[in-house]
Design a protein around this ligand. Structure first.
Ligand code: NAP
Ligand code: MG
Length: 421
C-alpha cells in the first residue's frame, strides 16, 4: 500500500510541470521512447518471449514494432490536440492508473502510456504478475531518454496491487485491460467516485465464412485469428461460422493446415504456437476441453507432433458438432481452441454471431463488397476485419460493445479518455 501510494504521489508531483511543458517538447520525449524501443527491439522481443511464452516471430514482428508505432503515432498528436477536439480546450486529467494483462505486456503498456503522455498526463502502471519484465525494461528506457522523474511509475504486484491503484483517491482515470470479471469489480469501485474509466475486457469473437469466400485465404485468417499467440488474445476469432455448403471443404483444409503448425520453443523462430502463459491458464484451457467433450461436441486434435516434456503446452485444436448452448461456444477460453459451427442464411449467421454477451471483434470472409458492408454494419462488435484478421494499427481505434467493455484505445477516439474538455 505504501509503494502504491508513493508511486501515485510521485506521479502527482510530476504532473504540474509535465502538463505545462510545451507540447512539442513532450512529443520529443515520446519520439525518443519510440526510437529507443526500436533500437532495443531484439532485446525486448527475446525478453517478452522468455517471460510470457509467445513465439519470438510474434514478439519480434508484432508486439515490439507495434509498441514503438504507438509511441510514434501519439508523439505526433501532442501539439495537435486542439484539432482532435475542434472548438474545445483539451486539458490533461492528472494521474492515470493503468492495469494491464499478460497477453501483450509491452504492447498494452504502450497502448495505455502513449495516449496518456501525449495528452499531458502522468501515469502509474501495473503489469500482470506473470509478465512484468518488459515493462520494467521500459522503465529503464524511460530513464535512458531522461523522461522527467515521476511522469511514468511502474509498480509490480498481484491483483491486490491493482485494486489499491484503482481505489487511490489521487488517481483521476483508470484504464484497464483484462477479464470481464475483474473489469466489473473495477467499474463498481469507480462508480462512487469521479474517476474516469475505460475497460477493455474479454471476447468470444465470431469469424464468418460465406460460400463465396476464398477458402484458402480464409483458412490462414482463421489460423491467425485463433492460434495467434496461443489464443491468448481478447479479440481471438474463437467461434467459426461456416456456410453449410463450404463446411466440408473448410474442415478438410483446416485439418491439413493445422497438421503443419509447430508447437514448441518460443525462442525458435519457426515456432507457430509457443507456451501457454502459466500453469493456471493451461488448467483453465483443459477445463474447457473437458467441458466441450463432456457436453457432446466432437474434439479434433489433428496436430500430433510431440511436445517437449518441460513447459505448459497446448496443441491447436477445434470442436465440431458445437451447439450455441455449449460452454465452449459461450465462454472465453483464452487458448488455441476453436468452436466450428455452420449456418444456412446470412441472417442466421448474424443472429448467432451476435448471440453473445461480448462484442469485441468479428471477421467476415466473402468475395462481395456489398455483403461485407451489410454484415459489418449489423455485427455488434467494436472491430470488424474483412477478409483478414488480427490486424492492428495505432491510428485505428480498438474497443468493445456490451461486456467487452467501453471506451476506445488508439486513433483519435482513444485520446478522448485522456482529456478534460
Ligand atoms: P485479470 O485477473 O483480469 O488480470 C488483468 C490485470 O488486472 C492484471 O494486471 C491483474 O493482476 C489485475 N487485477 C486482478 N485483480 C484485480 C483487481 N481486483 N483490481 C485491480 N486489478 C486487478 O486477468 P487474468 O487473471 O490475467 O486472466 C484471467 C482471464 O482474463 C483470462 O483467462 C482471459 O479470459 C481474460 N483475459 C483477457 C484479456 C484481454 O485482453 N481482454 C487479457 C488477459 C486475460 P495479476 O496479473 O497480478 O492478477
Ligand atoms: Mg489474475
Amino acid at each position: 500500500e505504501d509503494d502504491v501510494d508513493a508511486a501515485v504521489q510521485s506521479a502527482k508531483k510530476a504532473f504540474p510541470k509535465w502538463s505545462a511543458l510545451d507540447p512539442r517538447e513532450r512529443a520529443k520525449y515520446m519520439f525518443r521512447i519510440a526510437r529507443r524501443i526500436q533500437e532495443r527491439a531484439r532485446e525486448l522481443a527475446v525478453l517478452e518471449s522468455m517471460d510470457g511464452g509467445k513465439p519470438i516471430a510474434e514478439s519480434r514482428d508484432v508486439d515490439i514494432p507495434l509498441a514503438a508505432a504507438h509511441f510514434f503515432y501519439h508523439a505526433g498528436w501532442c501539439d495537435k490536440l486542439k484539432y482532435v477536439f475542434p472548438g474545445a480546450d483539451p486539458k490533461p486529467i492528472g494521474v492515470c492508473g493503468h492495469i494491464i494483462p499478460w497477453n501483450f505486456p509491452l504492447l498494452m503498456a504502450a497502448w495505455k502510456l502513449a495516449p496518456a503522455l501525449a495528452c499531458g498526463n502522468t501515469c502509474v502502471l501495473k503489469p500482470a504478475e506473470t509478465t512484468s519484465l518488459t515493462t520494467l525494461r521500459l522503465a529503464a528506457i524511460l530513464e535512458e531518454i531522461e523522461l522527467p522523474p515521476g511522469v511514468v511509475n511502474i509498480i509490480t504486484g498481484a491483483g491486490a496491487t491493482g485494486q489499491l491503484l484503482v481505489n487511490h483517491p489521487h488517481v483521476r482515470k483508470i484504464a484497464f485491460t483484462g477479464s470481464t470479471e475483474v473489469g466489473k469489480h473495477i467499474a463498481k469501485a469507480c462508480a462512487s467516485t469521479d474517476k474516469k474509466l475505460t475497460l477493455e475486457l474479454g471476447g468470444k469473437s465470431p469469424n464468418i465464412i460465406f460460400e463465396d469466400a476464398s477458402i484458402d485465404q480464409a483458412i490462414e485468417g482463421i489460423i491467425q485469428g485463433i492460434y495467434f499467440n496461443q489464443g491468448h488474445v481478447c479479440c481471438a476469432g474463437s467461434r467459426l461460422f461456416v456456410a453449410e455448403s463450404s463446411l466440408d471443404e473448410v474442415i478438410a483444409k483446416l485439418t491439413h493446415r493445422m497438421k503443419s503448425l509447430r508447437v514448441g520453443d518460443p525462442l525458435d523462430k519457426n515456432t507457430d504456437i509457443g507456451a501457454i502463459n502459466s500453469k493456471a491458464q493451461l488448467a483453465t484451457i483443459h477445463k474447457y476441453l473437458d467441458a466441450g467433450r463432456g457436453e457432446g461436441a466432437t474434439f479434433h486434435e489433428v496436430n500430433r507432433q510431440p511436445l517437449a516434456s518441460k513447459g505448459y503446452w497446448c496443441r491447436p485444436c477445434f470442436f465440431t458438432d458445437v451447439q450455441p448452448s455449449h460452454t465452449i461456444a459461450r465462454d472465453e477460453i483464452f487458448g488455441p481452441v476453436l468452436a466450428v459451427m455452420s449456418f444456412r442464411t446470412p441472417e442466421e449467421a448474424l443472429t448467432r454471431a451476435n448471440n453473445t454477451p461480448y462484442g469485441l471483434a468479428a471477421g467476415v470472409w466473402t468475395d462481395k463488397g456489398s455483403k461485407i458492408f451489410e454484415i459489418a454494419r449489423k455485427l455488434k462488435a467494436g472491430v470488424i476485419w474483412c477478409n483478414t484478421y488480427n490486424r492492428f494499427d495505432p491510428a485505428s481505434p480498438f474497443g468493445g460493445f456490451k461486456e467487452s467493455g467501453f471506451g476506445r484505445e488508439g486513433g483519435m477516439h482513444g485520446l478522448r479518455a485522456y482529456v478534460d474538455l
